[in-house]
Design a protein. Structure first.
Length: 239
């Protein structure tokens, strides 16, 4: 909580103190702020903020509280000469070591890239190239402020998501993991099961309405490209 709130407060104070403030403040946020749901997708106008679902675990609610405090600190900053854009980002997929794509790929290559829980939970994601392009696009489009979802337009259930990733790697089989086993595994890794089990069905309505063109709108296409780049990187390191 402190790492988000205090740093955002410091940025706001810095902008307010300068004689010539920047034209735009792109403030990080997270798609985790939305509710765990399977029905309609969460866009910027009609999306439901999470935390009030009756079956929401306390640890999931804390993530949502952090996201809300993060955005609230940005809103409270007095920066009348600077346009504010809050970037509710989905998982950014890149071939870099240590990222979420590398983690999921490691599961696939170990034969563990199957269904997690019931597999119905939606995965929202965005390719790194589209993330960078969207950031540049938002800087240029001065008419846009407030909340913007940075996510590919086609989230999909976890089972389909991992099936496409296995296909990209050439691994037809992935062992499933029940929810109780994920709870143990994430506890041992000192992280939260929310990262896998929460259904994040988020769509980028404002980007699409503004005419932003996604280079990688579907996960199957994005997964193939990312796997190709990962293989090239592995080959270079081997040489």
């Amino acid at each position: 909580m402190d790492s988000r709130v205090k740093s955002t407060h410091a940025v706001g104070a810095a902008i307010a103190s300068v004689r010539k403030p920047p034209r735009v403040w792109l403030q990080a946020s997270t798609a985790t702020i939305y509710a765990h749901r399977y029905d309609a997708a969460n866009d910027e106008a009609t999306g439901i903020i999470g935390g009030s679902e009756p079956d929401t675990p306390a640890s999931w609610r804390f993530s949502i509280e952090v996201a809300q405090a993060w955005e609230r600190t940005c809103d409270e900053a007095e920066t009348p000469g600077t346009r504010k854009v809050k970037l509710r980002s989905a998982m950014t997929m890149s071939p870099d070591a240590g990222g979420i794509f590398a983690t999921l790929s490691r599961l696939v290559r170990c034969g563990l890239g199957g269904r997690a829980g019931d597999g119905r939970q939606f995965v929202s994601w965005i390719h790194e190239e589209d993330f960078i392009r969207a950031v540049r696009w938002l800087i240029e489009h001065e008419e846009i402020d407030g909340v913007v979802n940075l996510a590919a337009p086609m989230p999909l259930p976890y089972t389909e998501f991992m099936c496409d990733l296995r296909a990209a790697w050439g691994f037809p089989i992935g062992l499933p993991a029940p929810a109780w086993l994920l709870e143990i595994g994430t506890w041992l890794l000192q992280t939260e099961s929310e990262l896998v089990l929460k259904s994040r069905r988020v769509v980028p309505a404002r980007l699409l309405q503004g005419g932003f063109d996604f280079r990688y709108p579907t996960w199957r296409e994005a997964a193939r490209q990312l796997v190709q780049r990962t293989r090239l990187s592995i080959k270079r390191e081997g040489n």
